[in-house]
Design a protein around this ligand. Structure first.
Ligand code: ADP
Ligand code: MG
Length: 369
């Protein structure tokens, strides 16, 4: 409905176009895809990509910016845009969602040139790639079924991500190009800091500042991901995650995924291994317990060593025992890193711990601090 109203006070567009125009949303039933990744690849995607907002409505926070951008699109009038602000606040996502809204998911490829200025920042890139892309005529706007012939669909979009990393010469060249091709292209410049951009560029763009995301926004996104991915996490850990991310959604998603994927042994498994090794004098049964735990929980000896040595430090034991353990564990770690067999070194671990225990004698039981 709002499309319709905005349409009226501008010009020529018949309302039919407006309806078709906003139908991108329903036609894009490939939910939350990033660029053009095949659906089956989604499961292996990093969460920052998997949960990248698909439409402008999915972008959290920044309500005022989104409203303005939507207005531009509804009015079929898009100025050059400059989005700036700290990382992980949704700048790239907003532009991609905008492009998807204008062209639809299928046509995005042909109509959007996405350059990451931090890898290709020389003058050559600006001259060649942008020039070639901006000066070629698009064939697709002639096809009848696309975007309903919306006026914006005729413009190509050039996205310059991380443009503040461009050399100043390249920025100069860009200025001319922007002017020359304004008839059929729109630029969208993304940067962290405006002070690294040439004032001439700044004055040609409509600026939007993306502030760090609010904790409430981050929390609701994180909660969503936790639920979808079935992450086991304590409420206090979520609190820290939200606070420590300091408004950077990318960081909080990456930390969450790293914690989720971490294969570090669970403290209770380490406790069980330690208790068995310290109390059972039958070496074979010790070895069996450790091997069973390793295979059922998928633990690696290297991780067990690290966690176990940490735990052993905390026990109060005679010096001789401690020396045996420390030397032995260090030796095993060294051999393991050098390619020693996992099975033999596991045996070595049992041997070292039992050795230390034998030294303690009958009545010296190890004590927790
Ligand atoms: N405003 C937001 N709403 C929803 N998700 C966001 C938002 N900002 C960032 N994200 C998440 O963080 C990731 C990185 O966002 P991105 O748009 O690339 O940030 P920027 O370009 O500002 O550094 C996205 O894939 C998305 O998962
Ligand atoms: Mg970005």
């Amino acid at each position: 409905m709002s499309d319709f109203e905005d349409e009226m006070d501008i010009d020529v567009q018949p309302s039919k176009d407006a309806i078709q125009f906003s139908s991108d949303k329903s036609s894009g039933k490939t939910k939350r895809l990033t660029a053009d990744l095949p659906v089956e690849a989604e499961d292996n995607l990093p969460w920052v990509e998997k949960y990248r907002p698909n439409t402008l409505e999915d972008v959290s926070g920044h309500q005022d910016i989104l409203a303005t951008i939507n207005k531009f699109v509804d009015a079929n009038r898009l100025p050059h845009l400059l989005l700036y602000g700290p990382p992980g606040t949704g700048k790239t996502s907003t532009v991609l969602a905008l492009a998807r809204r204008i062209y639809g998911a299928q046509n995005m490829r042909q109509m959007v040139l996405e350059l990451n200025a931090s890898d290709d920042r020389g003058i050559d890139v600006v001259r060649e790639q942008i020039k070639t892309f901006a000066s070629t005529k698009q064939i697709f706007s002639m096809a009848p079924s696309n975007t309903g012939g919306s006026a914006l669909g005729k413009f190509k979009l050039i996205v310059l991500d991380e443009a503040d990393a461009m050399t100043s010469t390249a920025q100069m060249a860009l200025r001319r190009i922007m002017e020359r091709y304004t008839a059929n292209t729109r630029f969208c410049i993304i940067a962290n800091y405006t002070h690294k951009l040439s004032p001439a560029l700044l004055s040609r763009c409509t600026r939007f500042r993306f502030s760090p995301l609010k904790e409430a926004d981050i929390r609701s996104l994180i909660d969503h991901v936790i639920e979808k991915e079935q992450v086991l996490i304590q409420p206090e850990a979520v609190d820290s995650l939200v606070t420590l991310s300091k408004g950077d959604m990318r960081r909080s998603l990456n930390v969450l995924q790293a914690c989720h994927a971490s294969t570090a042994p669970h403290p209770s498994d380490i406790q069980e291994i330690m208790a068995t090794l310290l109390s059972t004098s039958d070496v074979t049964s010790c070895l069996n317990t450790v091997n069973t735990l390793k295979s059922t929980k998928g633990l690696a000896l290297a991780d067990i060593l690290a966690a176990l040595s940490d735990q052993l430090q905390r026990l109060t034991v005679p010096a001789q025992t401690r020396i045996t353990w420390l030397e032995g564990l260090a030796e095993i770690e060294f051999r393991l890193a050098g390619g020693g067999s996992e099975a033999l070194q596991t045996g070595g671990l049992v041997g070292v711990l039992r050795n230390g225990c034998e030294l303690m004698g009958e009545n010296d039981t190890p004590m927790a601090p």
